[in-house]
Write a protein that binds this ligand. Sequence first.
Ligand code: PFF
Length: 445
Amino acid sequence: MNEKFSKIGFILAVAGSAVGLGNAWKFPTLVGTNGGSAFIVLYLILTFLVSFIIFLGEIAIGKISEKDPVNAYKTLAPKYKNGWKFAGVCILGAILIFSFYSVIMGWILKYVISSINYLPSDIESSKKIFQNLLSSDLGVIMFYYTICVVISFYVVSKGVKSGIERLNVWMMPALFVFLVLMLFYSMSMEGFAKSAEFMLKPNFSALNKDSVLQALGLAFFTLSLGVGTIITYAASLPDKTNLVTSSISIVFINILIGVMMGLIVFTFIFEFNADPTQQGPGLVFISLTTLFAKLGIAGHIFAVAFFVSLLFAALTSAVSMIEPSVVFLMNSYKFSRKKALLLIFIFVYIMGIGCILSYQANTASSFTFFNKPLFDLLDYFTSNLLMPISGIIVSIFVGFIMKRDSIYVLFGKYMSKDVFAIWYFLLRFIAPAAVLYIMINQLFA
Ligand code: PFF
C-alpha cells in the first residue's frame, strides 16, 4: 500500500513538480528568443490540446494502478504485459533530467550566496563571472552542485508525506509570495508596460521553424510529462480527490507562475534596454544580475529573492524526478527507500559530474557527443525526444489498451459524459497525431 498525500499536499506536490526551472528559466528564454507572446500563444494551445490531455492520461495510469510506471504498465496491460512494462523505462528520463537540472541548481545556489554582497555592474564582467563558473571554477561548482544533490536526496529519503509533501507545502506558498512581491516591485518600474506588451501582444512573424517543437518540448517539460513523475505521484493520490479540478488548478498554477516570472524578467530587460533575445542561460545569469546591480541595495535584496525563488521552484521539481525510480526499485526489487536512493544517487551524481565537465574548458571535448556537450545533449534528448515519444505511448496506452470503462469510473464523477468523450477523443487521436506531426516535421525540416 502506497503512502498517500493529503489532498492539498497532492496538488502542491504536483504543482511543485510542474513549476520549476522550465517556467522560471526556459520559459522566459524561449519567449525572448521566439518573439514574445506569439510563442506563449503556441505554448498555451499545445498545453491545452496536447500536454494537459496526456497529463490526465498519466493521472489515470497512476491512480488506477497505484504503482510505479514500470509496474503500472505491466499491471494494466491486458496482454503483452512484459512488453508494455518497457514503456516504464521512461523513468530513466527523469533521472537524466535530474543530472543536468541539479547542476543548474548549483549555479543558482552560488548566485544566491554571491548576490548578497556582490553584483556585477557591467555585462562584460558578468559574462566573465558566469563563464568562469562554468568553464574553470570546478571546485566551486562541484561544491554547490553537491549540496543541491544531497538536499534533494535527503528530502526524498523522508518519504512521501514527511519529505516530499512537507517540502512542497511550505515551499510552494513561499515561492508564490516571493513572486507576488517581486511582481509588485516590477510594476513600479517603467519597463513593466513594455514587458507586458512583449508578453501579451502577439507578433507571429517572429516565430521560426524551431518554435513549434520548442513550444511542444516546453509544454511537456513544464508539466513533468513522459518520465513517470505524474504517474508516480498519482499513485499516491488520496481517494475522493476531484481529479479534474485538481489537474486544472495545477495547469493553471503552472502557467500563472511562468507568466509572472516572464513579466518580472522582461521588466528588467526593458527597463535597462537589454536584449530580450539571448539564448541559453545568458538571460537570467548574465543580464539580470547586472540589471539588479543598478538598483543598489534594493537590487541585492531583489537578486537574492529572485534566486531563492528559482531554487525553491527547482528543488520541488528535483525531488519529483527521483521518486519514480525509488518507488520502482522498492516495488520490483524490494529495496528499502535508503538503498534505492543510494543506487540512484551514485548514477545521477556521476552523470551530473559529466554534465559539469562537459562545460569545463579542459574536459569539454571528452564530454561532447553528437556535437553537443553532455549537458545540452541530455536536455535536448529528454525534452524534444523522450518526453514527446513517451507522451505518444501514454496516449496510445490509455486510449486503446486500457479499458474505457475503468477510466470512466475514475473521471466520470468529476466530468460530464460529453466532456469525457471529448477528452478521450483528443487523447486517442489529436494529441498523438499532433506530437508525431511536429516531430516528423522537425526531423525532415
Ligand atoms: N516541470 C519541471 C520544470 O518545469 O522545471 C521539470 C521536470 C520536473 C521535468 C519533473 C520532469 C520531471 F519529472
